[in-house]
Design a protein around this ligand. Sequence first.
Ligand code: NAD
Ligand code: MG
Length: 396
Amino acid sequence: MNQQSLVVLGATGSIGLSTLDVVSRNAHQYRVFALVAGQNVEKMTELCLAYQPRYAVMNSELAAQQLAQHLAHTATKVLSGVSAMADMARHDDVDIVMSAIVGAAGLLPTLAAVEAGKKVLLANKESLVMSGQLFMDKVKAHGATLLPIDSEHNAIYQCLPNSIQTGQSNTLCESGVSKILLTGSGGPFLQRPLETLPNVTVEEAVAHPNWSMGRKISVDSATMMNKGLEFIEAKWLFNCSADDIDVVIHPQSMIHSMVQYRDGSVIAQMGQPDMRTPIAYGLAYPERIDAGVEPLDFSQIVDFTFTKPDFERYPNLRLAIDACRSGQAATTTVNAANEVAVAAFLDKQIGFCDIYRVNALTLEQTTLGVLESVESIMEADQAARYRAKQIITTLR
Ligand code: NAD
Ligand code: MG
């Protein structure tokens, strides 16, 4: 088999590092063409020395200059900025693009990969939340292969019939699917007394009981905005409506999601809470490769429980589901507001429960238009960020 050439967008992050770990275990099959990251020059230097990519791209000019100094004696060419990231993603010599930048910053490079018809491994859920219809239309128009890496969506994908995976049948209903059951652990505050939620600290919020992840998605898991974003992500990936998706709380995170069929069958995908499994699935699809993940040991599993989500505890989840029903402008707005609110929480400017206030108020104060172009999506994103920042100044 020919070696496949890979770009990792968000290489220094949690998903980026897990991707490179899987690549190392299967080095005969994959080679790294380019690594892309935000600011972390130290980690990027280390990765470039280990993987010797043809290109390395940093978000800022300054970070790129520093990286270039560290790599002066190597063959890696250092670039900066979002258009260089997009150039990597669409490069003729590239087969696979891992989209693992966090937040809206991932949108343009990911769309570049889609427009070039690449095999796109999508971890950056925010890009689909922002641009759903446009994104999926481009996947079709340019013949890109889109494989979900978010563990839930990867699980659902694995549980769907081949006719859906290969695009032969269009709707879940045609394939006999009656429900998508999107599971979530409930995060670190599933049992915490409601009246103490305003006192949640940053350290408590980023300590997820089952998964080790970046800081933004860890906070999103604690508020369950993550499940809300995933709800929207599922709607677009699987071409279904909000009524086709149910959220199920499963605190052990061993079932990663399920698909229920018309005949009563429920198919679940299970495994350790380790992102290397979906990453390996995406890299090798439709083959299977070693991910370095231990199998589940059923002799050790004592509890296996399921409950319904409590919207009083997780108001952000309801907000995102309502936005999903409302449409693209609402999902782009809530996504942007949430990024700003989570950053402000991590920066200790606002409290944990203020994240919801910022998101809800931003939505309330936005006149929702119709977003049909990338430009209009980016404008709505910027407007929501501006509004959310203003709301934060009134809360501080
Ligand atoms: P992280 O914070 O650990 O890493 C983020 C990466 O993005 C870093 O490499 C950072 O340098 C890069 N980055 C940030 N801003 C950038 C910019 N402007 N330009 C270029 N690069 C930039 O985050 P993560 O946990 O790896 O998550 C990445 C994405 O994957 C998110 O969208 C998240 O929702 C999704 N995801 C993560 C997990 C997980 O287990 N970590 C699971 C499912 C989905
Ligand atoms: Mg997930």
